[in-house]
Design a protein around this ligand. Structure first.
Ligand code: NI
Length: 195
């Protein structure tokens, strides 16, 4: 089922998630909903808080980005749908890279963000098998962005103070519910329709 995506300004995007402790039917159902919601919005990554869940997991799917230079050299098994439960960065490379990011919870805004180019991520897949992946380029970028969501951090927290100042008005309007997207949005309580 496609779930409406929570938008900038919604407190759910600022909360810290709880580690997943059990493989339940509800968890598998949540994973299916997250994949369907991400695909429905043509996104390449989605974290649980974005659909209002405090479970510590994200999904990603880079198949839409096939052929992009940032995916060169990526293990093909990481290009399709991927579920990362209780993810943790076990190692970050020293090389930093600037790359443009966007977010389904912050429609129509894209900014350059600096992050390590390479990481090693440990997580459980949806069968609860432990996996370690060593990645660079776009997968590393998406994983770090999604992991931030699980800590209540958004990419706009990581841009320069000047850029943030320039975006302040648009973000304020967004948190008041003045925002549109071509996928369903869950506007912060009281944001929509209050006159
Ligand atoms: Ni995001």
């Amino acid at each position: 089922m496609v779930i409406p995506i929570h938008v900038y300004g919604d407190p759910v995007l600022r909360a810290k998630t709880d580690p997943v402790t059990q493989d339940t039917g509800a968890l598998q159902h949540l994973i299916d909903d997250m994949l369907e919601t991400m695909h429905g919005a043509s996104g390449i990554g989605l974290a649980a808080p974005q659909i209002g869940s405090m479970e510590r997991l994200f999904v990603m799917d880079l198949s839409l980005m096939q052929g992009e230079p940032a995916t060169n050299g990526t293990d093909p098994s990481l290009m399709g749908p991927l579920v990362c439960i209780n993810p943790e960065i076990v190692e970050s490379g020293d090389v930093l890279e600037e790359f443009e990011e966007g977010c389904l919870s912050i429609p129509d805004i894209r900014e350059m963000v600096v992050r390590p180019e390479r990481i090693t991520l440990q997580f459980l897949d949806r069968t609860f098998r432990t996996r370690f992946v060593d990645v660079g380029g776009l997968p590393a970028r998406v994983m770090q962005h999604e992991l931030d969501h699980l800590e209540g951090v958004l990419f706009t927290d990581r841009i320069t103070p000047l850029k943030r100042r320039l975006l302040r008005r648009r973000l304020r309007e967004m948190s008041r519910g003045n925002v549109e997207a071509d996928y369903p949005l869950a506007l912060a309580r009281g944001a929509a329709g209050r006159l």
